[in-house]
Design a protein. Structure first.
Length: 82
């Protein structure tokens, strides 16, 4: 088997592409809907280079899904109650 980095295996590049942009944010909103999550706290959405979406992309995706009230976006080091 050919391993490509720490997440190796076939399809790794394709999976990494899916972690970027509006598709990833929409996927997170869809997962929250399916799981009926009361609160969603994404982490590292602005700090990791491989994730290209930011705060606005997540807010938009959750708002389009009707889940904007469930999204919590703490800043680095910020504590929140859930």
């Amino acid at each position: 088997m050919n391993f490509d980095g720490p997440w190796g295996g076939p399809g790794v590049a394709e999976n990494r592409r899916r972690l970027r942009g509006p598709e990833a944010a929409a996927g997170a909103a869809e997962a929250a809907r399916i799981l009926d999550a009361r609160v969603v706290v994404p982490l590292h959405f602005e700090q990791w280079a491989r994730f290209s979406q930011g705060r606005e992309t997540l807010v938009d995706a959750f708002a389009r899904a009707g889940l904007g009230d469930r999204l919590r976006l703490p800043g680095p080091g910020e504590e929140i109650e859930v």
